[in-house]
Design a protein around this ligand. Structure first.
Ligand code: IVH
Length: 784
C-alpha cells in the first residue's frame, strides 16, 4: 500500500471513530487505541508534509490568530422562531396552520419535536463533502466567518462521511457547551481568580468569539444539527425528521430526543415529558421547537416577517431572573466550612420559587462585589443550588458597603481560618486548587460540626466506643444531651433508656464501652479529636515524636514541620486547632472526665538534639538564606542571638555571603515579630530537647522495643484485626511492610497464609504464629 493510501485509510478510520463517539455516542474502541491511530496519522503527515490536507482530522487547530472576523452574507437568511408560552398558544399555532392549509380536523398533522438548545446558531457549509466555512447567524442576513473556530469542535465533521450528499450543503445547528464542561471551566476560572461566565450560553458565545482558535479548541463545545439551508447539486428527503436522519448518516450530530408526534396534543405530551427530563439533560435547553414535518407543507405555509409559520418554540420557565439581595448570612457546614448565602426577595426561577442563593465563598463575594440591597441575576439550572451570577451595578442603591469576612464563627464564636480548598487525587496529592474558603476552627466545640465530630470521636479507629451509631449520635445531639464530646461521659442510663434505638441492655453496654475507652493510647486520642488533615498516621507520628499530649498541644507550627511527613499546611491546621480556646476547653473537659492517656512521656530519641542552628535558620524561610548560607551563618555566629544582633558590617565578614542575603537578613532581623518568632522557636526546641545544645539521652528506655524491625502480616488473625495488629506493632516501633523480602525480620502468619509464607520459608526468615505474636505483645504490655 502506498503512503498516500495509508494516510487515507487512517483518516477514514479516525473519522469513523469520531462519528461513533461524537454522533452516535457509541464508541467502538478504547480512547488509548484512538490516540494511537491519531499519533500514527500525525507521524505520517509529519514525515510527508506534502500529503497534509485541510480536511485531515489532525488539522483542527493550528491556524494563526485572526485580526478580526470577516463577514459572511447568508445566501438564505437564518430565521428566528415565534414563541409559545402556554398550551393555549400552542393550540393557536396548530389552528392557524390548519386554517391556512384548509386541513380537515380529522386528518392527522405531524410535527417534528426537538429540544431547543440554548447555545449559538451556526451555519456550516460543505462543498463536495468538505467543510469550507462556518458562520454565525449574526442579524440573520449577515454573520461572521468563524471557520477556524468551528473546525476545533470535535463533533463537527471536517469531511462528511458516506455518500450521496449534495455538492453544496449548508447544515444549520446549535453550538453549545454542556453543563459539566461549563462548571469545570468556571471552577478553574474561580481558582485562578478570573471572571466566570454567567451561563453555558455565554461561555459558548465567548468561546466562539475568540480570534485565536487555540483558545476555542480548549473549550468543551459541541454542535447539534437541526436543519439545512443551501442544498445544491443533490436531493434531500421530503420530511424534516428524514432530513436530520440523513444528516446523521453523513456524520453530523442530531438530538437523540427528536421525535415525530401527531397534532398539538402530541406536541403538548412531548413538552411535558421533556420538561421532566430537563434538569437531567447534560446541556441547557430553554424550550421545545415544533416543526411541521412535511417540507411540502412548510413551503405552502411560508414565512411571516422573520419567522416561519410552520415552526414554533414552546418555552420553558426561565432559568435566570432578577431579584434583590435582602441580606448576606454565613452558614457553617458539618466540616466547619463557612459558606456565605444571599437571602433574596423571593423570585420564580427555573420552575420554583427561590429565596436563597449560594455565594460559594468569600472570594466569590469579592469577585461579584455583591452587597446587601443589590439587584442580582439569579440562575437556577436543574436541581442545582441557585446561584448569584451577576450584580446589576447600575441599579445599586446608594450607601451600600462591601461584605466583610466574618472574623468569628457565627455559630460558636471560634476563630475563622482561611483555607485552600483543593481537590485531591487518588494518591492524596493536590490535583486542583478550587479557591480559598473560610472555616471555623472550633471543631470540637462548634454546634454545626458537633455531630460529625462525635461520630468521628467514637469511631472504631478513634476511641472505639461501641453501641453508638450515627443515628444515635444525631439523636443525642438533637436532644441536646451532648454539646461537647466530654458530655458523652456524663450520659446517664436513665437518659438513654427512653430514647429510640436504646434499651436497658444497650444503654448499659454503651456506658461500659465509654468507661473502657478512657484508657487510650495517645495516638488514638489525637486521631479522635478530628483535627483537619490529621489521619491515623499523622496522629501516630505526633504521639511517637512528642510522647505527651502537652507537647503536642503547645508545639509551634514551625516546630511541627520537623516531624516526618508534616508540611506547613498540616502544621498550621494542628496549631490552629490547639490554639482555639473553644477547642482547648473541650479537650480539658475531656481530660477531666477521667481519660487516661497511655503515653511514653519521652521525646522520640531520634529528635533529641537533632535540630541545628542552621536548620532553625532554614526553617525561618528568609529569602536568599537557604541551606548553604544558613550553614555559613551558623558556623560564623554560633548562636541565634548573635545572628539577630548582627549588623551589616558583621554580616559582611561572613564567608561568601551575598549582598542579597545580607539585605534580606537585615530586613528580617530588623522586624520585631520575626525576632520573636525565631526566639520562641529556639526556646521551644530547648524545652523539648530538640535544640542542638541538648544532648540526646543515650537511654535505652526511650528507644522502642521493636525499633528498626520490619514485620509482615499474612493470613487471618483470629484474636485481633490486621489493622489492630499493625497499630500495636507500630506502637512498639516496628515497621509493617506489605510484602516479604530479604529485609523482612519477622513474618506473622495466621491460618490461610499463602505465597508470603512460602517466600518467608524460602528465604529462611523468622515466622511466628498468632499465639507467639500475642505473647510478644503481652511481653510488651499490650493485652488484646
Ligand atoms: S429551528 C426556521 N431548531 O433557536 C427555524 N432552532 O429563535 C430556525 N434553536 O437561533 C430554527 N434549537 O439557534 C431550531 N432544534 C432547534 C433549535 C433551534 C435551538 C435556536 C436557533 C435559533 C433560535 C430560534
Amino acid at each position: 500500500m502506498s503512503i498516500e493510501q495509508d494516510i487515507q485509510r487512517l483518516r477514514d478510520q479516525i473519522n469513523q471513530h469520531n462519528y461513533r463517539y461524537y454522533v452516535l455516542d457509541d464508541p467502538q474502541i478504547p480512547d488509548a487505541e484512538y490516540d494511537r491511530l491519531f499519533q500514527q496519522l500525525k507521524q505520517l503527515e509529519q514525515d510527508n508534509p506534502e500529503l497534509v490536507s485541510p480536511d485531515s482530522p489532525t488539522q483542527r487547530v493550528g491556524m494563526l490568530p485572526l485580526g478580526e472576523f470577516s463577514q459572511v452574507r447568508h445566501e438564505q437568511p437564518m430565521l428566528s422562531l415565534d414563541n409559545a408560552f402556554s398550551a393555549d398558544d400552542m393550540r393557536d399555532f396548530e389552528r392557524r396552520i390548519r386554517d391556512r392549509l384548509e386541513w380537515p380536523a380529522e386528518r392527522p398533522l405531524m410535527f417534528a419535536c426537538e429540544p431547543k438548545l440554548d447555545g449559538i446558531a451556526v451555519s456550516l457549509l460543505y462543498e463536495e463533502g468538505v467543510l469550507v466555512r462556518g458562520a454565525t447567524r449574526g442579524d440573520g442576513t449577515t454573520g461572521e466567518d468563524i471557520t477556524q473556530n468551528v473546525r476545533t469542535i470535535p463533533s463537527i465533521p471536517l469531511r462528511l462521511i458516506g455518500e450521496g450528499y449534495p455538492r453544496r450543503l449548508e447544515v444549520r445547528g446549535e453550538i453549545y457547551m454542556p453543563k459539566a464542561g461549563f462548571d469545570k471551566l468556571n471552577e478553574a476560572a474561580r481558582a485562578r481568580g478570573d471572571k466566570t461566565f454567567v451561563n453555558p450560553r455565554n461561555a459558548a458565545a465567548g468561546s466562539l468569539r475568540q480570534l485565536d482558535s487555540r483558545i476555542t479548541a480548549q473549550r468543551p463545545l459541541e454542535m447539534c444539527a437541526y436543519g439545512v439551508g443551501i442544498v445544491d447539486g443533490g436531493e434531500l428527503p421530503g420530511q424534516h425528521v428524514a432530513i436530520l436522519q440523513q444528516l446523521q448518516q453523513w456524520g453530523l450530530r442530531i438530538n437523540r430526543h427528536m421525535r415525530l408526534v401527531e397534532g398539538v396534543e402530541g406536541c403538548l405530551g412531548y413538552y411535558s415529558q421533556l420538561a421532566q427530563l430537563r434538569d437531567s439533560l447534560p446541556y441547557d435547553i430553554d424550550g421545545i421547537v415544533f416543526k411541521v414535518n412535511e417540507l411540502a407543507l412548510q413551503r405552502e405555509l411560508g414565512f411571516v416577517a422573520r419567522a416561519p409559520r410552520w415552526a414554533i418554540a414552546h418555552k420553558f420557565p426561565a432559568q435566570e431572573e432578577i431579584t434583590r439581595v435582602r441580606a448576606i448570612e454565613f452558614q457553617v457546614g458539618r466540616t466547619g466550612a463557612i459558606t456565605p448565602v444571599a437571602r433574596l426577595e423571593p423570585v420564580f426561577v427555573g420552575g420554583v420559587t427561590v429565596s436563597n442563593a449560594t455565594l460559594h465563598n468569600m472570594d466569590e463575594i469579592a469577585r461579584l462585589d455583591v452587597r446587601v440591597g443589590d439587584s442580582v441575576v439569579i440562575r437556577r439550572a436543574g436541581d442545582v443550588i441557585p446561584q448569584v451570577v451577576k450584580v446589576l451595578r447600575e441599579r445599586r442603591p446608594e450607601d451600600t458597603a462591601p461584605v466583610a469576612v466574618p472574623d468569628h464563627c457565627p455559630v460558636c464564636g471560634s476563630d475563622v481560618e482561611r483555607v485552600q480548598i483543593a481537590r485531591y487525587g487518588k494518591g492524596g496529592q493536590v490535583q486542583q486548587v478550587e479557591g480559598a474558603a473560610y472555616r471555623c476552627v472550633g471543631r470540637l466545640s462548634c454546634e454545626a460540626q458537633l455531630k460529625q465530630a462525635i461520630i468521628h470521636y467514637v469511631s472504631r479507629k478513634a476511641m472505639d466506643i461501641d453501641g453508638l451509631g450515627d443515628k444515635s449520635v444525631e439523636l443525642l445531639v438533637d436532644k441536646e444531651l451532648i454539646r461537647t464530646p466530654a458530655d458523652l461521659y456524663r450520659l446517664r442510663k436513665e437518659q438513654l433508656v427512653p430514647l429510640e434505638g436504646f434499651g436497658e441492655l444497650s444503654a448499659a453496654n454503651l456506658l461500659a464501652s465509654l468507661q473502657a475507652s478512657k484508657q487510650v493510647p495517645l495516638a488514638r486520642f489525637i486521631y479522635a479529636l478530628g483535627i483537619p488533615d490529621v489521619g491515623e498516621e499523622t496522629a501516630r507520628v505526633l504521639a511517637q515524636s512528642f510522647g505527651t499530649l502537652d507537647r503536642i498541644r503547645r508545639a509551634l507550627p514551625d516546630l511541627l514541620t520537623w516531624l516526618p511527613d508534616i508540611g506547613r499546611e498540616v502544621a498550621q491546621e494542628i496549631s490552629h486547632f490547639f490554639t482555639d480556646p473553644h477547642n482547648c476547653e473541650a479537650i480539658d473537659d475531656l481530660l477531666q472526665q477521667g481519660i487516661e492517656l497511655q503515653q511514653s512521656g519521652e521525646l522520640d530519641p531520634r529528635l533529641g538534639g537533632a535540630i541545628s542552628l542552621a536548620d532553625l535558620l532554614v526553617k525561618l524561610e528568609i529569602p536568599a538564606v537557604a541551606k548553604t548560607t544558613a550553614a555559613r551563618l551558623a558556623d560564623h555566629f554560633q548562636t541565634l542571638e548573635a545572628i539577630l544582633a548582627a549588623d551589616e558590617l558583621q554580616l559582611r565578614l561572613v564567608e561568601k555571603l551575598s549582598k542579597r542575603a545580607i539585605d534580606s537578613l537585615l530586613a528580617h532581623t530588623g522586624e520585631e515579630a520575626f525576632c520573636r518568632r525565631a526566639r520562641q522557636l529556639e526556646a521551644q526546641l530547648l524545652e523539648f530537647g530538640m535544640h542542638w545544645q541538648c544532648q540526646p539521652e543515650p537511654s535505652a528506655s526511650a528507644a522502642l522495643p521493636l525499633d528498626g524491625l520490619i514485620y509482615v502480616l499474612t493470613g487471618t488473625l483470629e484474636q485481633l484485626s490486621r489493622s489492630e495488629a499493625k497499630n500495636h506493632l507500630q506502637a512498639l516501633g516496628a515497621k509493617v511492610a506489605g510484602s516479604v523480602s530479604k529485609n523482612t525480620d519477622v513474618v506473622v502468619a495466621g491460618p490461610g497464609a499463602g505465597s508470603k509464607l512460602a517466600k518467608a520459608q524460602q528465604l529462611g526468615l523468622e515466622v511466628i504464629d498468632e499465639e507467639a505474636f500475642m505473647q510478644l505483645l503481652a511481653e510488651h504490655g499490650i493485652q488484646s
